[in-house]
Design a binder for this molecule. Sequence first.
Ligand SMILES: [Zn+2]
Length: 292
Amino acid sequence: MKDGILKAVSTDGSIRAVIATSTHLVAYARQKHQLSFTATASLGRALTAGLLLAPLITRQGQVALKFQGNGPLGKVFVDASPEGIVRGYVENPQVELPLNAIGNFDVGAAVGKTGYLHVTIDKGFGYPYSSTVELASGEIGEDVNNFLVNSDQTGSIVLVGVHLNSHGVEAAGGLIVQLLPDHTEETICRIENNVSTFGSFTFLMRQGLSLEDILARILDGFTLQIITPVHPVFFRCKCSEERFFEALKVIDKAELVEMAENEGQAEGRCHFCNSYYYVNKDRLLDLASRTT
Ligand SMILES: [Zn+2]
């Protein structure tokens, strides 16, 4: 199944939902960042959460999530646009932890159970704004849920999952169901009951179901109307050689000359996608000669 996202509402006005599959982009992030299994599960959940959250919050611009817990993985950073473009990294990509008591990757221990989730929203106009909530468990999904409950007070259900086998990422995806003002106690019970019958999001993916079918299973009992049909989602970074070169323009002349003479080049690494960029000695000296 190709990675994709779709948005739906229930015709009774009780819920809206965003659902996405992200297997390929999580596999891409794993390879780009050389992620351990634990780091793949952690960043994979965060990338998926970013993709789901962005279209719920804004029509344009981007939403950035920074999970800052006390675990060995360090910071987990993701930014995503409502169009379905996401990128992200973890501070310590090699950290590997034993499976937890229920046989899952121990994302909570890797991220850390104590700390903060910072969410920065840039709607593409005006100033970006941020809000911070305490981490609920470091498991990503519960932390994002905590953020939604704090920000809109209506409550939500967040499922994000990454299933890995010895070859790599087998399935990744998730959904956010937001409760709308017309919801009742029964709305929540029904969804929780549906979720408890299949266990995990990636279990449904591994049955070969389409995105629409997975949504129908999780929201069984609701009549749904698709408001944004399936469209693709990607891991894509904004960095480029040209941007790296532009960034060098703030360095003063003496430092550029020193870099050219001592290193023979300037080297830059993009945290988000682990790409390396180089500017050779001649270009550095040329830039220095045009710098005052
Ligand atoms: Zn990059």
